[in-house]
Design a protein around this ligand. Structure first.
Ligand code: SAH
Length: 339
């Protein structure tokens, strides 16, 4: 396993098993996760400790390209991984601090019709080190500290469950990045089996669910995951999750003109979510080449929001940041790679 995906106790055990003192593990932990460094030869480890780890794997992520929006403070990054794969990330500068969108996989195998990240399928999972690397490389390059993390870049976080949880725990560790679980959000297309697992491990992060359709027929056509876990399965899992964690759910709802913005959808959405502690975030569709649909007009979007609010829902419309730099959903990597 990569050294810079390990917890402190694992690093301590690692050194003990090699005949070194356990505290070397704690030193290395601080070096990786607090100092954000890779250059072991310049650490305060002993020569013996350095020689023990010199052939072990340390996984580095590099910033390959940066794109600055001219419309707002959003920045987009392409990261290069050690096997030359590219992943993307977005950094948003809000009044309350920086918020970063993290990729969890190279590509994605969920196959949602409107999403650019999935169009070439899944290449591979990212390791915890590669997710942390996205955070640390940006923080070092810009000399900032990011306070909010949303796992909404390319990939389905719950499809890479164990590494994603490892990443989140490392991000939370007070000797590492020291981020509150409340400032971390996982977004899922609805992997029901993993939602139960997430509820059971009891870490109080936020859960967002990409809903996008309100009945099984239409949702299955748009999002293949619904053929495996339908809306009734999803609802049961979310009720379990809310009971267990006392959290509310955020539903993401990408508005697609004449597909999911009708009166019928308001009624169906109401029936699906009326008893749930939830919040609805409307996302105007970002057009991609492979999906020949449009977003509703601004006034239609506002009307949809008003109707949901009249039903008693808490609703927001996602602000569009970095429109000029394709700041969403796998579009950038595809442009660079397909070109
Ligand atoms: N796999 C996870 C997280 C990645 S996608 C998930 O499905 O939630 C992050 C969000 O962007 C999801 O809500 C996704 O449905 C949405 N999204 C993807 N492509 C989009 C597009 N072209 N326009 C608007 N939203 C999109």
């Amino acid at each position: 396993m990569e050294l810079n995906s390990m917890y402190e106790d694992e690093l301590r055990d690692f050194f003990v098993n090699k005949g070194e003192k356990a505290f070397r593990g704690s030193q290395l932990f601080t070096f990786f996760y607090d100092k954000k460094r890779y250059d072991i030869e310049n650490s305060n480890l002993s020569d013996k400790a350095i020689s023990i780890i010199k052939d072990e794997e340390i996984n580095k992520v590099e910033i390959f390209k940066t794109f600055d929006s001219k419309l707002d403070e959003t920045k987009k990054f392409l990261f290069k991984l050690k096997d030359e794969n590219l992943i993307e990330g977005v950094l948003m500068d809000y009044k309350h601090g920086y918020s970063q969108c993290i990729s969890t996989q190279v590509g994605c195998r969920m196959g949602c019709d409107f999403c650019a990240s999935t169009k070439s399928g899944l290449v591979r999972n990212l390791s915890a080190a590669e997710m942390l690397g996205q955070v640390y490389e940006i923080e070092k390059a810009l000399n900032i500290k990011v306070s909010n993390f949303i796992l909404m870049g390319s990939g389905e976080p719950l499809d890479n469950f164990s590494e994603v949880i490892r990443f989140i725990k490392l991000l939370h560790d007070e000797k590492g990045h020291n981020t509150s679980y409340r400032n971390i959000t996982i977004s899922t297309c609805g992997m029901v089996d993993k939602i139960y697992e997430l509820a059971d491990i009891d870490i109080p992060i936020n859960l967002a669910v990409s809903l996008h359709q309100t009945n099984d027929n239409d949702r299955s056509a748009l999002m293949p995951i619904n053929r495996k876990f339908n809306l009734a399965d999803l609802k049961r899992a979310l009720e379990y999750y809310c009971d267990k964690t006392n959290n509310r759910i955020t539903f993401e709802y990408t508005l697609i003109k004449n597909q999911n913005d009708g009166k019928k959808n308001i009624e169906e959405l109401y029936n699906f979510a009326k008893n749930m502690k939830c919040h609805i975030n409307l996302i105007p569709l970002n057009p991609i080449d492979e999906f020949d649909e449009k977003r509703p007009s601004k006034s239609e979007i506002i009307e949809f929001k008003d109707k949901l609010e009249k039903k008693g829902f808490n609703v927001t419309i996602r602000r569009e940041l970095g429109r000029d730099i394709s700041a969403s959903c796998g579009q950038l990597r595809r442009k660079v790679e397909v070109k």
